[in-house]
Design a binder for this molecule. Sequence first.
Ligand code: CP
Length: 299
Amino acid sequence: MDNLLNIDRLNKTQVEELIYLASSLKKDFPNINPVNPLQKKIILFLFLEPSTRTKTSFNFACSILGANVIDISPMTSSMTKGESFENTLKTLGSYPADALVLRSDENHHIDVAQNLLDFPVINAGSGTKSHPTQTLADLMTLKEQGLSIEKLKISIVGDIEHSRVARSLIEALNFFGSKINICAPEYFKPTDLSNISYFEDLSEAIKDVDVLMTLRIQKERIKKSKINFNEYSNKYMITGKIMNEFNINYLMHPGPVNEGIEIDRGLQDSSKSLILEQVKNGTWIRCAVLLKILLDGKS
Ligand code: CP
């Protein structure tokens, strides 16, 4: 692996290897051998959108592996003085860094970065299209429950149209042949996805599935919101009653969670919720990605 730009640039074997490595690191921690495998490596972070989970887990991963982090804050960078994304990247490319971890609201920025930089680029979430490390953490979480991804039946509910998490997950699940339902009101229905079954009606979408993943409404990506949140929640908010009535064993959400909108208050703490497992596994997946890119290179 020489970059991680999008999940579809990996193959099924690479996905499985990354999850295997992440699981081994999780099991071995704190006795990771060798100690500090990324000592003397310097990782640049450029997060142009807010992040709690992804940024913190990349930070933890670098700390666990002994790499140094240089975090470029957009608010105190010269981007606030009008420097373009391209020129910012050319500037960052002049430093002796070993990798860039990039989050951006623009779909094309990740490819621009890869074209401009001589060192590896790792996607920490780009626009509405791609969030590969979230997908790897989600697949690891499902495997930990003993679920077969090949036989998985999952329903993804919510703002699919603006969700990079949903797009990357669907791309990866398609490697494995999982059965994927998506459920959204017409205004969140995507037009660019294949090998999925679309339902507007929640009860149709969640019949006979093992896992339900619900998504946040991405208000920051919706230009003119015509959404009535009460109406949305009345139709699509996931409750404990729904989980029990439809006999669904696992609830996932990539976070951040808006309780009382897409998910009932308290449900993320229920025994069916894998939400904090997704967060925990994020650290180990990001360790695995950094190791594969920085130590294994193109192997
Ligand atoms: N799931 C996810 O990407 O969360 P953050 O925006 O907090 O990183």
